[in-house]
Design a protein around this ligand. Structure first.
Ligand SMILES: [Zn+2]
Length: 308
């Protein structure tokens, strides 16, 4: 028995020495100037923007925080893995507008980390939520990516930030951003064309994010019930929604399927509204076309509702 343990111990030592050696080799390579320019993004829409701007740039690594499993990023707590990811990042791309509540902590922990705030250059809509649990901590309605025209501005801001932080690749970043904008343009035009069909009336929104969709469609939001997470809806809130629908002649309700279905079903039973379930585009397959595909589907659903 003793001999067997001795063998195991020897093997473990060999493995340990080997891995130490490999680590040293790898670190050495990094120090040799081959280290990639490391970009970290805060969540899905930012990752997709960065993916399009980085394109096939060599020696650039792009990673995303681990993110919550459902809903938006509000109140998200960074994991130890996230902190490790940020510890050697060159640039951290965030949405801004207060949606990353951990941002002050990150800035304090890593003072040298360059933070690009995609919403930095735009004016956010006011937070329209009556009972928003986290909205009061935020600087407005941070879901600006839900407007195609504003999203194009976010792309510009991120490209500008990356070009300034990584001047060697500035030209490439700007060219890629321009190409991406070209691909977004048809969606913006479709939205513009749909305005006519939308009829300019009032809507009720069951998620703050849709205020941007409503604005793109020339619609007024009569009432917002922010069902951004699993929570109890009070009888008073239900009454407010029904009153808003009645008083404003609301024909359309914009909702998210995960949290808004129950309320949506109730409204279908109690009123004559049409409920349009849209993607808030906070989750997806992290492909370059994810935003384009998701927004295209949203536009299809809007057209289906408006053009009858
Ligand atoms: Zn949200």
């Amino acid at each position: 028995m003793r001999r067997k343990y001795g063998f195991v111990a020897a093997m473990l030592s060999v493995i340990l020495l080997l891995s130490l050696g490999l680590t040293a080799l790898y670190t050495g390579q990094e120090k040799g100037g081959k280290r990639a320019f490391k970009i970290v993004t805060s969540f899905f829409p930012m990752y997709v923007i960065a993916e399009n701007i980085v394109g096939d740039a060599a020696q650039v690594s792009l990673e995303n925080l681990s993110e919550p499993k459902t809903g938006c990023l509000h109140d998200y707590q960074l994991t130890p893995a996230d902190m490790k990811l940020l510890s050697d990042a060159d640039v951290f791309i965030v949405n801004g507008g207060g949606i990353e509540s951990f941002l002050a902590d990150v800035a304090a922990e890593y003072p040298k980390l360059q933070i690009i705030s995609a919403c930095g250059d735009i004016e956010l809509l006011e937070s329209g939520s009556e009972e928003g649990e986290h909205s009061h901590e935020e600087e407005g309605n941070a879901h600006a990516w839900m407007s195609v025209s504003r999203y194009m501005q976010l792309v510009d801001t991120v490209a500008g930030g990356l070009a300034a932080a990584d001047t060697a690749r500035a030209k490439l970043y700007n060219e890629n951003a321009k190409a991406y904008r070209q691909r977004l343009l048809p969606l913006q035009k479709e939205m513009e064309a749909l305005k006519e069909n939308a009829g300019g009336g009032a809507v009720v929104s069951l998620h703050e994010a849709y205020a941007y969709v409503a604005q793109d469609m020339g619609l007024q939001v009569a009432y917002t019930l922010n069902l951004d997470e699993e929570r109890q809806v009070s009888a008073g809130e239900v009454a407010d929604v029904l009153a808003a629908i009645g008083e404003n002649g609301v024909k359309f309700v914009l909702a998210e399927e995960i949290y808004g279905k129950e309320m949506g079903d109730m409204l279908l039973r109690e009123t004559d509204v049409r409920v349009i379930y849209l993607d808030t585009l906070v989750r997806g397959d992290y492909e370059k076309n994810s935003y384009l595909d998701g927004m295209r589907e949203n536009i299809r659903l809007l057209r289906e509702a408006f053009v009858q």
